[in-house]
Design a protein. Structure first.
Length: 481
């Protein structure tokens, strides 16, 4: 009887101490995740009695091909694996497909067909959600579109515009005339990709303002010398993620996969397998008929390698210099919300554009570190998947008679990947005047934030060299003594 009671008590204590882990809410594929997989069911938002006045949206470009370094990494790894498996009896039967694996990836980071389709569908949804703002061409409304100079962003913008306006609008650029359908915009996409056709400038179409010269705002990180100098120091910002590769979980995972594939793998090789898997999920069309790299991983193993990528991503993209510099973009948002015209301001940029901004406005608050939980953490790369977006909507709501202290009626709502989010600092009901108080123009001095003081850096470097020489001399004297 006593034994039964003790067993029951221990069982209860054990259950309380180690509750079952909830299923992962995030994708292990981070910024390479497919938008549809992250956004899930997209339901229409009911604004009730409130009227949408303005929409400022930031879109990351759609699905693109992977870069040259990544393709070279994949090719080198797969070639070595195939060569090892030439020895009879070495290759496990369930992975025999590796022998025939071939991909059709183009190492140029251009938008691929899937990316064009993502942005076209997104354009249809956004314009259907706010028809008055997208299609009213009266003097009281404005439709503004902008992109960074990168081809994948321009392609995303044009695909979006084509879906929204078809061939009924005349697209101009405020500095170089008509946006032309150039080869770099639809490279490797053939006739499957729809972009804006070149229209006759003599025809009286409604003009849309589209510019790809907005780089200081949309690529503020690249214009911030202070950030660029630190981002270039890869050895420094990658220290934590490289340490993670040597930690017990990754070493054990490398051993597990080595046994599974019957080949000796390093933690770095396991990361390459993750890259193969997320590329397979992102663009299966380009990974060949036999690709089954994701089958190599079991249970939550992919989240262990995803943790490595997120450590790198956070260390590189969320430096204080980048977060602070994003204020120039947020001030552009606020400026549009305070302008007198209704309408839309739609921008196409990068993951590096969105991540620091989410921290600057207070949506992301928890740092990413080695001690963060594998599954229960705030920072995940899939917050900004391919085609991700942040929409800021200004509404005018009729007076609320029940409110203890009625405000102006101008309310701002935020949507990340078409799901409503809230900024803790502004509250569940975020008024425009409150938002302006939280982020005053005076608090954003881009030049001061981003100025790179080379002289001070040289002084610090010289001081460090002097100190190291002095320490070496002291140690030498102690040894001699």
């Amino acid at each position: 009887m006593i034994l039964v009671l003790v067993t029951a008590v221990l069982t209860c204590v054990w259950s309380d101490a180690t509750p079952p882990r909830p299923p992962p809410k995030h994708s292990p594929f981070g910024t390479k995740a497919r938008y549809a997989n992250v956004a899930g069911n997209i339901t229409e938002v009911n604004f009730g009695a409130c009227t949408p006045l303005k929409v400022y949206a930031l879109h990351r470009h759609g699905t693109r091909s992977i870069g040259q370094k990544t393709v070279r990494r994949i090719d080198t790894f797969v070639a070595a694996l195939k060569e090892f498996y030439l020895t009879p009896g070495v290759m496990p039967a369930e992975y025999a497909w590796i022998r025939d694996f071939q991909h059709n990836l183009h190492p140029n980071k251009d938008l691929v067909l899937e990316g064009y389709l993502e942005l076209a569908e997104m354009g249809k949804r956004f314009s259907a959600r706010f028809p008055d703002l997208f299609y009213d061409d009266s003097d009281s409304h404005v439709q503004m579109f902008a992109s960074s100079y990168k081809g994948r962003c321009i392609s995303s913008a044009l695909s979006y515009l084509h879906a929204v306006y078809g061939g009924e609008e005349y697209v101009v650029n405020n500095s170089s005339g008509i946006i032309r359908d150039t080869p770099d915009i639809r490279r490797h996409c053939g006739k499957m990709c729809q972009v804006y056709d070149l229209l006759d400038p003599q025809t009286s179409y409604h003009t849309l303002n589209f510019t790809h010269t907005k780089n200081k705002i949309l690529r503020y990180f690249g214009a911030c010398d202070n950030y660029v100098s630190k981002e270039n120091d890869k050895d420094e910002w990658s220290k934590v993620s490289e340490r993670y590769l040597k930690n017990k979980p990754m070493v054990e995972l490398a051993n597990t996969l080595s046994t599974r594939l019957n080949v000796t793998l390093s933690a770095y090789d396991v990361v390459t397998l993750h890259v193969l898997c997320d590329t397979e999920v992102l663009v299966p069309r380009l990974m060949g008929q036999v690709s089954r790299w994701c089958d190599v991983f079991k249970d939550n193993e992919l989240y262990q390698t995803a943790f490595y990528f997120d450590l790198r991503r956070y260390a590189r993209r969320m430096m204080p210099e980048a977060v602070n510099a994003s204020c120039i973009l947020w001030q552009d948002v606020l400026s549009f919300l305070h302008s007198y015209k209704k309408g839309v301001n739609i921008n196409f940029a990068h993951g590096e554009t969105l991540f620091p901004l989410l921290q600057h406005i207070g949506y992301l608050t928890e740092p990413m570190s080695l001690s963060a939980d594998l599954l229960l953490r705030q920072f995940f790369g899939d917050l900004v998947p391919m085609g991700s977006n942040l929409a800021v909507v200004l509404l005018h709501c009729p007076p609320d008679d029940d409110a203890a202290s009625p405000r102006s009626g101008f309310i701002v709502k935020f949507f990340l990947n078409e799901k409503e989010i809230f900024l803790p600092r502004c509250g569940e009901v975020c008024y425009l005047d409150k938002l302006a108080e939280l982020f005053p123009v005076s608090g954003c001095n881009f030049d001061q934030i981003c100025s790179y003081d080379a002289f001070s850096m040289y002084i610090q470097y010289f001081a460090a060299v002097v100190v190291s020489i002095c320490l070496a001399d002291v140690i030498k004297r102690k040894i001699l003594l």
